[in-house]
Write a protein of this length. Structure first.
Ligand SMILES: Nc1nc2c(c(=O)[nH]1)N[C@H]1C(S)=C(S)[C@@H](COP(=O)(O)O)O[C@H]1N2
Ligand SMILES: [Mo]
Length: 417
């Protein structure tokens, strides 16, 4: 009888151990793929490979519910076993909470189109928050449970230990270690994590409170408030822009840039159309804001999965600019330059002829702030936003082809949403 019980108990223990191992590997895969997905560094190196990593993250993320469900089947018994171990019970609850939270927010992110921008923005903040809290917790949990740390006896100096008493007698001045080696290493691991992750964590908390829209679209307001550009005159919105025809953008822009954010004033800003055109133009700001603008409402999609819906953009139709300059018959490609000196992209002449491609000057009735590519950025609603060159200041008509910044790094040249 007791033999059977013993065997059952052992089987149960084995199940828990293998569950723990599986879960550990799933967390490792999700953590690595997740960090690669948010890291700007990897964005550049991986290019299109990112799409695969994203799918791996989603598929493994969905699969991660299996060990949780399996555990829940065993949970009653395990819970009883942990009756006298409150720390272990707390650990179980924390880990379950993390896994379920990651899973649920992850599903919302995966289904961001279906659930809409508000839910997916909240989900992103929750997913990030759990990662910021959960990952250090799990790293700490794993590091402090490495085997040799669990065998402290040889390394621990215990008060009242006879040998120590003798030692103390022989060397009365010898300092008494206050901490055991194990607690020292735990403390060091904790402090190391706090120092390496702490500052970014605090910055992230600030940013995400803004992203949650505490007090309206605070982040956008803040970006506008912190506009580093100083161009006069300030463009005046058309009636369709103020109040914005689209009713105000829904969602939050993530500020993306591959360079430091450039700053413009009347002295260093101009807008050029050149290359294979009949008439080359070089406008200064005053001339440029006098050009005829139009208003459009459109959605903005980054390939990395976030969108901002119902933006009311005001600007000059690319089509009109090209008509004004007169495109030569030998031209095939429209090349866009950013004032950051690095970023470029292209459209074919046919794509550039689409009615909704806009050289935008205003967003929701206000000048586009420097962080979001102001004073002038390109908007190509039917394509992913990497086509939307920020700080646009030159359009060149060229004969051949040109491979844009992200296209050189693996993104498709046709960026249709
Ligand atoms: N000059 C420049 N333009 C750019 C980028 C950039 O890094 N530099 N990033 C592109 C990408 S990938 C996206 S998603 C959008 C992001 O616009 P936002 O920073 O205003 O949110 O700008 C696009 N245009
Ligand atoms: Mo993007």
């Amino acid at each position: 009888m007791s033999g059977i019980l013993e065997r059952l108990r052992k089987g149960f223990g084995k199940k828990l151990v293998s569950l723990h191992t599986w879960n550990g590997w799933i967390v490792v895969i999700l953590a690595l793929t997740g960090l690669v997905l948010v890291g700007g560094f990897w964005r550049g190196i991986l290019g299109e490979g990112r799409v695969w990593i994203k799918w791996l993250h989603i598929v493994v993320g969905i699969a991660s519910i299996m060990p949780v469900l399996y555990y829940l089947l065993l949970a009653g018994k395990h819970w009883k076993q942990l009756k006298d171990k409150p720390a272990q019970r707390a650990n179980v609850l924390i880990v379950l909470g993390l896994l379920l939270g990651w899973f649920l927010s992850g599903v919302l992110l995966w289904q961001f189109r279906a659930v809409g921008p508000r839910a997916s923005n909240v989900a992103l903040v929750v997913h990030d928050l759990l990662t910021w809290v959960g990952l250090p917790y799990i790293i700490y949990h794993s590091l402090t449970r490495i085997k040799w740390l669990k065998e402290p006896n040889r390394r621990t100096v215990k008060r009242g230990d006879e040998r120590d008493a003798v030692k103390d007698a022989l060397h009365p001045a010898a300092p008494q270690p206050v901490y055991t080696r194990r607690s020292f290493i735990r403390g060091a691991i904790g402090a190391g994590l706090a120092v390496t992750i702490g500052p970014s964590f605090l910055k992230w908390v600030g940013d995400s409170l803004g992203n949650l829209g505490v007090g309206g679209s605070q982040t956008l307001d803040k970006l506008i408030e912190n506009d580093a550009n100083s161009l006069v005159p300030v463009p005046q919105p058309l009636p369709a822009s103020a109040p914005p025809l689209g009713g105000g953008a829904q969602g939050q822009f993530r500020v993306y840039t591959v360079t430091p954010i450039p700053t413009f004033s009347n002295d260093n800003w101009s807008f050029t159309i050149d290359g294979l055109v009949d008439r080359t133009f070089k406008w200064d700001w005053k001339q440029f804001v006098a050009l005829k603008r139009e208003v459009q409402v459109s959605d903005f999609h980054c390939v990395t999965g976030w969108s901002v819906y119902k933006n009311t953009w005001e600007g000059i139709k690319l089509k009109d600019l090209l008509k004004q300059a007169g495109v030569k018959a030998s031209a095939r490609t429209v090349k866009f330059y950013s004032g950051d000196g690095v970023y470029t992209d292209t459209l074919s002449l046919e794509q550039a002829d689409m009615d909704d491609v806009l050289v935008a000057v205003m967003h929701d009735g206000k000048p586009i702030p420097s962080d979001l590519g102001g004073p002038v950025r390109l908007i190509v609603p039917k394509m992913y936003a990497y086509k939307s060159v920020k700080w646009l200041n030159r359009i060149e008509l060229i004969e051949g082809e040109h491979v844009g910044y992200w296209e050189q790094r693996g993104y498709s040249n046709d960026a249709w949403v």
